[in-house]
Design a protein around this ligand. Sequence first.
Ligand SMILES: *[C@@H]1O[C@H](CO)[C@@H](O)[C@H](O)[C@H]1NC(C)=O
Ligand SMILES: *[C@@H]1O[C@H](CO)[C@@H](O)[C@H](O)[C@H]1NC(C)=O
Ligand SMILES: *[C@@H]1O[C@H](CO)[C@@H](O)[C@H](O)[C@H]1NC(C)=O
Ligand SMILES: *[C@@H]1O[C@H](CO)[C@@H](O)[C@H](O)[C@H]1NC(C)=O
Ligand SMILES: *[C@@H]1O[C@H](CO)[C@@H](O)[C@H](O)[C@H]1NC(C)=O
Ligand SMILES: *[C@@H]1O[C@H](CO)[C@@H](O)[C@H](O)[C@H]1NC(C)=O
Ligand SMILES: *[C@@H]1O[C@H](CO)[C@@H](O)[C@H](O)[C@H]1NC(C)=O
Length: 512
Amino acid sequence: MLPITILAFLLPALSLAQDGSISGPATSPEAAGYSCDASKCKLPNCNCASTSPPNGLSPSEVPQFIVYTADDAIQSYTIDSVNQFLAHRRNPNGCQPKMTYYTSLNYTNYTLVTDWYVAGNEIADHTMTHVGSPPNGEIDGNLIALNALAGIPFSAIIGFRAPYLNYTADTLRHLAAARFTYDSSTSASIPVTDPNTDAYWPYTLDNGLANDCLNIPGICKGEPQLPGFWEVPMYAFFDNRGVAGPHLMDPWLDEANGASTVNDSATLEYMKNTFTAHYNGNRQPIGLYTHPIHTSTTYPGVTVSNSTINMINAFLDWAQLQQNVWIVSTEQMLAWVQNPVPISQLDSFSPLKCSTPQVNQAICDGIPANELGLLSHCAFPDFPFYTCYGCPEVAPTPGNPNPPQDTSNGQQERFRVPANCSTPFWDPIQGQCICTSSSCQFQDNSRPIGPNSVNLTGGGTGGEFSSGTASPTASFVPFNGNGALSSLPSGIWPAIILGSIGAMSGWLTAQL
Ligand SMILES: *[C@@H]1O[C@H](CO)[C@@H](O)[C@H](O)[C@H]1NC(C)=O
Ligand SMILES: *[C@@H]1O[C@H](CO)[C@@H](O)[C@H](O)[C@H]1NC(C)=O
Ligand SMILES: *[C@@H]1O[C@H](CO)[C@@H](O)[C@H](O)[C@H]1NC(C)=O
Ligand SMILES: *[C@@H]1O[C@H](CO)[C@@H](O)[C@H](O)[C@H]1NC(C)=O
Ligand SMILES: *[C@@H]1O[C@H](CO)[C@@H](O)[C@H](O)[C@H]1NC(C)=O
Ligand SMILES: *[C@@H]1O[C@H](CO)[C@@H](O)[C@H](O)[C@H]1NC(C)=O
Ligand SMILES: *[C@@H]1O[C@H](CO)[C@@H](O)[C@H](O)[C@H]1NC(C)=O
């Protein structure tokens, strides 16, 4: 345990986390002035804003996605917080659910970003210092620093969410110009049961935006026109006031139904109702958009009630017992929208699969057991961090996101991940890629699903799975990066890693 004085430096300002709320409809058909010719706008590179599933699929052929996201700094505390909701679960194909971390860099512990990414999660951009209406340097600097100090390939950082959900038309223009694939900052603010709902499936901006039209100047009515660039709306939950009672991010922090105190039972009730409206309707995705700090039980000074934690798990338990429900990252969901195979073919759909990189050498590669003794500790006063890729001379800033490496004590410079080697196979000390053929790299850990499966529901809350290897709960060991510095007896870590390192999504294999 670190002394409390050091801990104090690691604490992000809690006020930062409570952002991204809406209080009523954010668009209307008049304000949107949206039109799109579906006979001209076709997948995979164009999709009209529509409440119906892509490619004309009927809802019964469509998986119900629960997109799980977290925002802000990545630290052991925030990883612990996410783990308490996801680590023990399994999707219908036996894979541990993956999520998206919209990462800002103040207080971020870079080595944990590497670990979280190598475990199969999506790392996305949330600016360097968490600012609204972000200047371009905040967006680009986040990419550059995450690539240099966390070893995340540029090609893997494809998404963005604006801090406070505060973006402008220019933010979107810059994202498209910088070759991001998608933004996920807009809100779907009207229930799916309302004829004017704005709960569109993800769509491209070939014909401008159709969400947030009442709130953001210079968008909608055809603007901004950014062909091939995707918007992934954030889908709100609604309490019993309907459109007047939206809950977008961290709904468990809100009072439900206009009450004056938080009531977890009431929150659970409306979350279930909104889920069911999606599930029984056009199956637009639903989202748990979280700031993990608010549900941390390990963060000094944060208090969260057990009832809230249990409520969130109860919601996911309940949802997972229904057929064809998948907990996914934004990137996985978007991959499906771009290539929407019916549920009968999901067993061969690679973005939902999981695999473990086969690396046992002691190299600093995002697999905690391998990193023992190899991390650099960068002792900056504002927020010290660890990295595999060498400490910079000064902390990264938007004006200088990739400072030269510090070699003042005679340390050897480390080699940063190149574009042609994937993170778990890159040895930053020797500067070599330890695997160059596609056959030796990953082990597929997913199970046959769909028509080949006994059961299309997920699991992990008990012994739901009737086939497969060890029961998910038994093999699960919480992962928060502490392993890399701890002194567990040798022999324990390899077993833990096999159990807890989850998936590499298919595109990672593809890019090798
Ligand atoms: C930072 O990462 C190191 C190495 O994984 C870990 O030991 C430490 O607990 C982490 N600290 C925080 C605050 O995340
Ligand atoms: C982020 O860190 C920078 C550099 O230390 C500092 O100037 C800025 O105030 C910090 N921002 C927040 C929101 O903590
Ligand atoms: C968005 O951010 C800018 C710059 O920080 C600020 O001036 C503006 O008030 C913010 N807008 C909203 C709606 O929060
Ligand atoms: C909390 O919500 C539940 C479900 O709506 C309700 O039955 C209960 O009375 C509420 N409790 C309080 C203290 O308001
Ligand atoms: C909350 O749950 C934890 C773990 O189950 C337990 O140790 C703790 O005592 C509980 N706290 C309260 C206030 O019930
Ligand atoms: C990656 O590119 C470098 C520089 O072009 C080259 O030397 C190296 O052999 C390549 N490595 C692989 C694994 O293709
Ligand atoms: C799938 O498994 C769950 C949990 O064991 C069970 O409740 C559900 O009825 C099963 N569904 C089918 C179609 O067998």
